[in-house]
Design a protein around this ligand. Structure first.
Ligand code: PRP
Length: 210
């Protein structure tokens, strides 16, 4: 049997995804050995793990070089890629929030500047509100932008709220809930129907145990 190729998001989701996969009976032994390797082939099961940056997980799934991916809904909302979103894994739970150092002053009619890693989500959110804003793309630690007075507010994911708190920012609006999803390559789903169905079924059962 050809190994099932699973792309996992490096970093924030790595630990909870590994725990969930273990619950689903997938051999994650090698994945737990902390080193710089990016590809792990299970020695006991036909499973290969690929560790990738979140936006690249969808790229690998889209091109069919992996069968499935585990990635945050934030990335899926920001990109428009071709894949099947199969399961809400109920891990990596957080919120998209609008946050700032201080509330928007109602009397200030200047066009607001919003810093974010997620320009598409931010544009859609303000379009729906009928507000015209300037969006500045920031790659990380977005909280710096309003502190340095580059932006009036940020749109970012908030998990524990510690980063906002420790940097003196407040939530102005809770926009959308986020969690990790299982995405599947469309062709893989047709070609490896049985193998994937078994995997998805086990993973779904594991999410219910959470
Ligand atoms: C994310 C997010 C916030 C922080 C929120 O950043 O962009 O900065 O986590 O988490 P908290 O509410 O638990 O504090 P991440 O750590 O992924 O790094 P980045 O800012 O470099 O993207």
């Amino acid at each position: 049997m050809k190994p099932l190729k699973i792309a996992l998001t490096k970093g924030r989701l790595e630990k909870s995804a590994t725990l969930l996969l273990e619950k689903a009976g997938i051999d994650c032994m090698l994945l737990k050995e902390k080193n710089r390797k990016l590809i792990f082939e299970s020695t006991t099961q036909p499973v290969t793990f690929i560790l990738a940056k979140a936006p690249d997980v969808t790229t690998y799934v889209k091109h069919g070089v992996v069968d499935v991916g585990i990635v945050g809904k934030d990335i899926l909302m920001e990109q428009s890629r071709s894949h099947y979103e199969m399961l809400d894994l109920k891990i990596g739970i957080c919120q998209f929030c609008l946050a700032a150092v201080k509330p928007f002053a109602a009397e200030n009619y200047r066009r607001k500047v919003i810093a974010t890693k997620y320009p598409n989500i931010t544009r859609n959110y303000f379009n729906e509100k009928g507000e015209d804003v300037e969006i500045i793309k920031i790659e990380g630690s977005v909280e710096l932008a309003p502190i340095l007075e580059l932006a009036d507010a940020i749109v970012d994911i908030v998990e524990t709220g510690a980063t906002l708190r420790e940097n003196g920012l407040m939530i102005l609006d809770q926009m959308y809930p986020i969690s990790a999803r299982l995405i599947v390559n469309k062709a893989s789903l047709k070609q490896n129907k049985q193998q994937l169905a078994g995997f998805i079924h086990r993973l779904e059962a594991a999410t219910r145990e959470e």
